[in-house]
Design a protein around this ligand. Structure first.
Ligand code: NIG
Ligand code: FE
Length: 417
């Protein structure tokens, strides 16, 4: 099967040297070919270039689908490297509690927040969790996401953490999205372990990790390393245990305070450290020249009205930055990556090109898939979306809240939306 897209505005990574992520000044680098073609063969981007070069590569082929995309933009699918999109129900009551003055931390201390979701999750079957998560998966496909990382973390006991991870595996087997799974047993201290946190950490290490790895249910291991949740010491113990079982660290850090999470992530070779609202020079320096992707979650900062991560300072210091949605019922009930792009520009002063690299190639790196996804490059998997008629790349973050996506192609196949 071969697909030919004609007369497109095409966003490509510079052709000369495909990279696994972009950092510092390079984050504003992107090539926009104004009138281009692109050929997809089976799942793969085979060729692209200016329209006038099409006749050199064009071969008559029975199985060729031609799509005329005049005035439309072809964009690499978003890679959403941080979500909790398997969850048992919404938490809008807490939303109202926060409007009335309670903070996210206060709600958590009173046994709400993540523990509310855990209570609800115990009652749900795998089938129910799958059905509701699948609706969210379909929703984000329509909004341009082509790859997503999904965490456990609302089970908080061995049986229910495994249940969540099996749901993620089931989603992976039944959708065209590229899915990566993260084990987040250390998301909160369950009510039964109140004042016995180290016993819970022992349970995560001695029981959960071996079983998760035994069933090969996760790619990454995560810990909510923050004030009131897990300490650096707990985090280090859990990460070491995970690494022994082949799980790469990818952690929640520095959302609620400067608690050493960033440094712990770097020390254990985390593929990403995520949130990063509380960052100083030490945290920025710790991330320099490492393989850890600083990942910012604008949806959570927006929804919880939090202090903003110093994205400009990080980029100016030469760091890469990824943006992800954090889609979850408590702190960011949306997986809309175009809206995340708007927040990147409006709230964090990122240029549209920086936002595109942050939501595609850099976020693909943050989930370990940037060698085959996250940009338009020859030989990469054809995960793309085609917009409606728009003037240029700035138009997507500019028109916040609109869905300008007309056609979605995943693994080289046009999806029915
Ligand atoms: O990334 N910060 C910790 N975990 C999630 C929130 C989960 C929840 O509130 O349900 C986050 O924001
Ligand atoms: Fe999160």
């Amino acid at each position: 099967m071969k697909i030919l897209l004609e007369n497109i505005k095409l966003l490509v990574q510079t052709e000369d040297y495909p990279v696994l992520f972009r950092a510092g000044e390079e984050m504003s680098r992107l090539t926009n070919i104004p009138n281009a073609f692109l050929i997809i063969r089976d799942e793969i981007i085979e060729e692209f270039g200016p329209m006038e070069h099409l006749k050199d590569v064009y071969m008559d082929d029975d199985l060729l689908i031609e799509i005329d995309c005049s005035d439309r933009l072809v964009y690499p699918s978003y890679c959403d490297s941080h979500t909790h999109l398997v969850y048992p129900g919404s938490r809008e009551k807490e939303f109202v509690d926060r409007i009335s003055g309670l903070s996210y931390e206060e709600i958590a201390k009173r046994g709400g927040g993540i523990l509310n979701s855990a209570k609800l999750l115990h009652e749900k079957s795998e089938q129910e969790l799958y059905n509701s998560a699948m609706e969210r998966v379909i929703e984000i496909i329509k909004m341009g996401t082509g790859a997503v990382e999904i965490k456990s973390g609302y089970g908080l006991n061995t049986k229910d953490e495994l249940k969540m991870l099996r749901v993620i595996r089931w989603l992976r087997e039944t959708t065209p999205l590229c899915i990566r799974a993260t084990f987040l047993g250390a998301h909160a201290i369950p009510a039964e372990f109140k004042n016995r946190k180290s016993d819970y950490v022992d349970l995560v290490i001695n029981e959960m990790i071996p079983q998760v790895a035994g069933e090969d249910l996760a790619d990454f291991i995560d810990v909510f390393c923050d004030r009131g949740f897990f300490s650096v010491e707990d985090t280090e113990r859990i990460l070491m245990a995970g690494i022994k079982y082949g799980l790469k660290p990818k952690i929640h850090a520095n959302e609620l305070g400067k608690t050493g999470g960033v440094q712990a992530g770097v020390k254990y070779g985390a593929i990403s450290v995520d949130h990063l609202e509380h960052m100083g020079k030490d945290e920025i320096d710790a991330l320099k020249n490492t393989e850890t992707m600083p990942t910012v979650l604008p949806g959570a900062a927006f929804f919880l009205n939090m202090k903003l991560s110093p994205v400009r300072e990080m980029i100016n210091a030469g760091l890469p930055v990824a943006l992800a949605s954090d889609y979850n019922p408590g702190s960011s009930p949306s997986g809309n990556m175009s809206f995340i792009s708007s927040l990147g520009c409006i709230k964090y002063n990122m240029l549209p090109e920086e936002v595109i690299n942050a939501t595609t190639i850099n976020s693909a790196y943050a989930m370990g898939i940037s060698d085959r996804l996250g940009s338009v490059a020859r030989g990469k998997t054809a995960n793309l979306f085609i917009t409606s008629e728009i003037p240029g790349i700035e138009y997507i973050p500019y028109s916040f809240g609109s869905n300008l996506i007309e056609t979605v192609i995943l693994n080289g196949e046009v999806q029915t939306l």
